[in-house]
Design a binder for this molecule. Structure first.
Ligand code: F3S
Length: 373
């Protein structure tokens, strides 16, 4: 891989953190035959919950010295920073999680603690970014038209400190062409969960049989990335690059339907974190009715702050709105037995990470279950 003089200097720097970060980028670049590095406009770092990274991850983070060169945000932590006691988080976990967050703060990273950084600051079409959160990666590539590969957590952090990432894969326009046409019927989040495996290593070109709101596209991408490895899709008539390439001749159809049986003791929305529009929609679906089951919504503190009237109204109906964390990365949900979700990603990860049973329903079904018990 070709390095500029300045990049060579960073690779041989006395600053150990900078040197290590360059080493990571060069290793990733050479493995993927990148010809050079490219400047990025933002980075989004995953691997923030203490529950995910553990003692080894914390030690590595605490060994870092320096500052990020580009605006950088982080994924959800393992708890709501204010309501952690209400979530049932232990004092010990709280302390360890705060140590993780202090490192990011020291490095100049914004503690956004969300997997939807695009609701906070939206990259522009065509911008090169280094994001490490599979659902945000699909969103950025597909719905915004920004360019990122599926970065690992340390890779995104290294890119933030260097201000660059290896130029290969989805940073290159011709690698963004769709490879298979997929007709989707039914629920999009369920279709993403079902289709993830089959669409591994593909860039699907989706055709829908109805109008699809933004949040459903977000759920589709998140599910595809979780049960498979999708980093980008095109959606006919919707996404910004759908007309830029030839429509693939190979065609399949996926029907989004998930049948599950368990009776939920928790219903949860917000994987990925909800937008203001989703909060509005949930409130509308509740029609002033109080919930009779535990009903948790996860969103970012920024969206909560901007929607404080909505949050207040939801809470007055018995809904709990948590920030900074989510149902998968927080240990708080593992005390439940069966969790109902409208997210294909949470449906995939909750049994693995929290050892709970899951059941699936679209947003309306989840709200009705919460209200009717
Ligand atoms: Fe976000 Fe947690 Fe889902 S990080 S995408 S809400 S698993």
């Amino acid at each position: 891989m070709h390095l500029t003089k300045e990049e060579e200097k960073m690779l041989n720097s006395d600053n150990e953190t900078l040197r290590k970060c360059m080493e990571i980028l060069v290793a990733v670049g050479e493995t993927n035959d990148a010809e050079r590095l490219v400047e990025i406009t933002s980075a989004h770092i995953s691997g923030v919950s203490y529950d995910n990274i553990g003692e080894a991850g914390l030690e590595w983070l605490e060994s870092l010295e320096g500052k990020v060169k580009v605006p950088a945000t982080v994924n959800p932590a393992g708890m709501d920073l204010k309501k952690w006691k209400e979530m049932g988080i232990s004092e010990d976990f709280y302390e360890k999680q705060m140590r993780v967050l202090r490192v990011f703060e020291k490095l100049g990273v914004e503690l956004a603690l969300t997997c939807t950084p695009y609701y906070l600051s939206r990259p522009k079409y065509g911008e090169h970014i280094a994001w490490a959160e599979s659902s945000a990666i699909v969103y950025a590539n597909s719905i915004i038209g920004a360019r990122t590969n599926r970065e690992c957590g340390p890779c995104a952090l290294a890119a933030a400190i260097v201000g660059k990432t290896p130029y290969y894969g989805l940073h290159v326009k011709e690698n963004r062409a769709p490879t298979i046409t997929v007709k989707i019927k039914g629920d999009l989040a369920a279709a993403g969960y079902i289709g993830g495996e089959e669409l591994k290593n593909e860039i699907p070109y989706f055709v829908f049989d109805r109008e699809v709101p933004e949040y459903e596209l977000k759920l589709l991408g998140a599910a595809l990335a979780a049960s498979g490895n999708t980093a980008m899709f095109h959606a006919e008539g919707i996404t910004p690059e759908w007309k830029d390439f030839e429509k693939p001749s190979e065609k399949i159809e996926i029907v989004g339907e998930l049948r599950t049986e368990c009776e939920p003791d928790l219903i949860t929305i917000g994987c990925p974190h909800t937008s203001k529009e989703e909060l509005e929609l949930i409130l509308k679906l509740l029609k002033g009715r109080k919930v009779r089951k535990e009903f948790w919504i996860f969103t970012s503190r920024k969206i909560s702050g901007e929607s404080s009237d909505l949050v207040e109204k939801l809470e007055s109906l018995g809904v709990k709105v948590f920030n900074d964390t989510c149902m998968v990365v927080s240990p708080a949900t593992q005390r439940f037995e069966c969790i109902m979700v409208n997210s294909g990603k949470a449906f995939n990860y909750l049994p693995l990470m929290r050892k709970v049973e899951v059941t699936f329903g679209d947003l309306k079904t989840c709200v009705e279950k919460a209200v009717k018990g």
